[in-house]
Design a protein around this ligand. Structure first.
Ligand SMILES: Cc1ncc(COP(=O)(O)O)c(C=O)c1O
Length: 444
C-alpha cells in the first residue's frame, strides 16, 4: 500500500526522468555508468531522477523537482554545489585551455599544500581517481617491501580495480566479480576491523605481507568508524613487521577537519590515498607518504616503479579547483564544527527514535557522514557484520523512494552533510525519516 502510493507519486512527478531512463537503458549497461547511481530503484519498479543542476545544498532534476541533497556527488562536494569561488577560478582557466598535458604550476602548489597540511606526506603523486590511487599505493608497497600480499579490511571499498575488489559486500566470498583473479591468486587477504583477530591474521602472513590498507571510517561499507586504538595497533604491528600501512582517506581526507583525518586521530600511516574533496569537484586521486616509498616512482631512476601514465593525471581544472577548495577549507573551522555536530546529533537522535519505536533501522557514520541502514531485524548495536548481514535492500530502496518524494536525495539512506546545509534542512530530513520509517516498517 505504502509502496504503491509512493510509486504512483514518484512516477507522476518524474515523467522526463522515466523517458530518459528508457533511452538510457538502450545505450548504457543497466542505464548507468556507476552501478549505485540507479539508487536500486529498478528493484521496486522505479528509476532514478536525472539530476541536471546543483546549487548549495540542493539539486534539481529534469522534471524540475528540487531536492535537499545529501549525496554530495559521492561525498566530494563538502562546500556545496557550484561554489562561487571555485567556479570563478575554473572559469578563468577555461579561457586558457582546460587540458594541457604538461607539468603545471598548480600541481606543485597543490602538492606543497597537501604536504604542509599533513605530517605523514613527504612526497605526492596525482592521478585521476581514487581507484587508481589505491591501485598504485599497493604497487608501491609491494615494490618497496619485495613482498606479495596485501591485507584489506572486510567491507572496505577502494574502488573496483582488480587489485582490491575483494570481500567488500556481504556475504564476503572473496572476489567481488567475475573476471578477476581469486583472492588467493591475487594475494589479497582480509581482516576484521576493531578486532584482535586482525593482528593474528597479519602475523600469520607477515613474511609475505607488503601492505595493510584501511579506511579510518569504512565509507562504502556503511559508515563504520574504525577505532583509534585499533588503528594504533595496526600501526605498531605493521611497523614491527616491515609492512606498509596505507590509509585510504579518499572519503575521510578533509571531511572532518582541515587536513587528513589521521592528524586528528594521531595515527600516521606510511602511505595515504586521497581523492574526492581535494579535487574541488573535479576528477582526482593522489598518493602521498614517506619519501623513500613514493620516490620509487621517479622516472629518472633505472628500476623505478611505474605508476601514473593517465592522459588526465593532474588535470588542470582538478588542480585549480582542488587548490581553491583547500583554500576555502583552511578558513572553515566553524563550518566543520557545525556540520560535524549536526551529523553526530542526527545519528544519535535517529537511533534514539528507532529504539523507542522498535524500528529495524540504524544510523551509523561519523560526524558529517551519516548512513541509514534499513534492516530485516532489530539490532541493538551497530556491528558492521550484523548490519551488512541483515540489511534489507528492498526496504532501503523504498526508504530512498519515500525520501525522494519528500524532496530529499541521498545515497545509502542519507550520505554526507555539506557546509551549505542549514539546520532547518537537517531538521526537515530528520522529521521526514521519522515520518516514513514507521510507515515502511508496517509493510516490512
Ligand atoms: C574509500 C574509498 N576509496 C576509494 C574510492 C574510489 O575512488 P574513485 O571513485 O575516485 O575512483 C572510493 C570511492 O567511493 C572510496 O570511497
Amino acid at each position: 500500500m505504502f509502496l504503491q502510493e509512493e510509486l504512483t507519486k514518484y512516477i507522476t512527478s518524474h515523467p522526463n526522468s522515466k523517458a530518459m531512463w528508457d533511452r538510457s537503458n538502450k545505450v548504457l549497461a543497466g542505464g548507468v555508468s556507476h552501478n549505485i547511481r540507479n539508487l536500486n530503484l529498478p528493484l521496486i519498479g522505479a528509476y532514478p531522477p536525472f539530476i541536471q543542476k546543483g546549487y548549495g545544498a540542493t539539486v534539481t532534476d529534469i522534471d524540475n523537482n528540487t531536492y535537499d541533497d545529501y549525496w554530495g556527488a559521492h561525498y566530494a562536494m563538502i562546500t556545496g554545489y557550484s561554489n562561487p569561488t571555485i567556479q570563478k577560478k575554473v572559469e578563468a582557466q577555461l579561457m586558457n585551455s582546460w587540458h594541457l598535458g604538461t607539468v603545471l604550476e598548480h600541481q606543485v602548489l597543490m602538492a606543497e599544500r597537501l604536504i604542509n597540511d599533513n605530517k605523514s606526506l613527504e612526497h605526492v603523486r596525482f592521478c585521476t581517481s581514487g581507484t587508481e590511487a589505491a591501485m598504485y599505493a599497493t604497487r608501491l608497497a609491494r615494490a618497496f617491501t619485495g613482498k606479495k600480499k596485501v591485507a584489506k579490511a572486510k567491507f572496505g571499498w577502494h574502488g573496483a580495480a582488480d587489485t582490491l575488489f575483494y570481500d567488500v559486500r556481504a556475504p564476503l566470498t572473496g572476489k567481488e566479480t567475475r573476471g578477476i583473479l581469486d583472492d588467493t591468486e591475487a594475494g589479497v587477504i582480509s581482516i576484521d576491523i576493531n578486532s584482535q583477530t586482525a593482528v593474528e591474521t597479519i602475523n600469520q602472513h607477515k613474511e609475505e605481507l607488503a601492505a595493510v590498507i584501511v579506511e579510518p571510517v569504512l565509507g562504502g561499507g556503511g559508515g563504520f568508524p574504525v577505532e583509534r586504538d585499533f588503528l594504533k595497533l595496526l600501526r605498531e604491528e605493521t611497523e614491527q613487521q616491515n609492512i606498509i600501512l596505507i590509509f585510504d582517506e579518499i572519503i575521510t581526507g578533509y571531511r572532518f577537519c582541515n587536513s587528513l583525518y589521521q592528524n586528528e586521530i594521531g595515527v600516521l600511516p606510511d602511505l595515504t590515498t586521497m581523492g574526492k574533496i581535494i579535487g574541488g569537484g573535479f576528477p582526482i586521486g593522489a598518493i602521498g607518504g614517506r619519501h623513500e616509498i613514493v620516490e620509487q616512482a621517479n622516472p629518472t631512476i633505472s628500476d623505478r616503479v611505474w605508476i601514473g601514465g593517465g592522459t588526465f593525471s593532474s588535470f588542470p581544472l582538478s588542480m585549480i579547483a582542488g587548490l581553491e577548495m583547500l583554500n576555502i577549507l583552511k578558513t572553515s573551522a566553524e563550518q566543520y564544527q557545525r556540520v560535524n555536530k549536526l551529523g553526530t546529533s542526527l545519528i544519535t537522535d535517529l537511533n534514539k527514535f528507532f529504539k523507542e519505536k522498535q524500528l529495524s533501522y540504524l544510523a551509523t557514520g561519523h560526524k558529517s557522514l551519516v548512513t541509514l541502514h534499513s534492516l530485516s531485524k532489530l539490532l541493538d548495536k551497530p556491528d558492521p557484520v550484523d548490519i551488512v548481514h541483515f540489511s534489507d535492500k528492498k526496504k532501503e530502496t523504498l526508504t530512498q523512494l519515500a525520501l525522494l518524494n519528500r524532496h530529499i536525495t541521498g545515497m545509502h539512506g542519507i550520505g554526507a552533510l555539506s557546509f551549505a546545509h542549514t539546520e532547518k534542512q537537517i531538521q526537515y530530513l530528520q522529521q521526514a525519516i521519522m515520518t516514513i520509517t514507521p510507515q515502511i516498517s508496517k509493510e516490512h
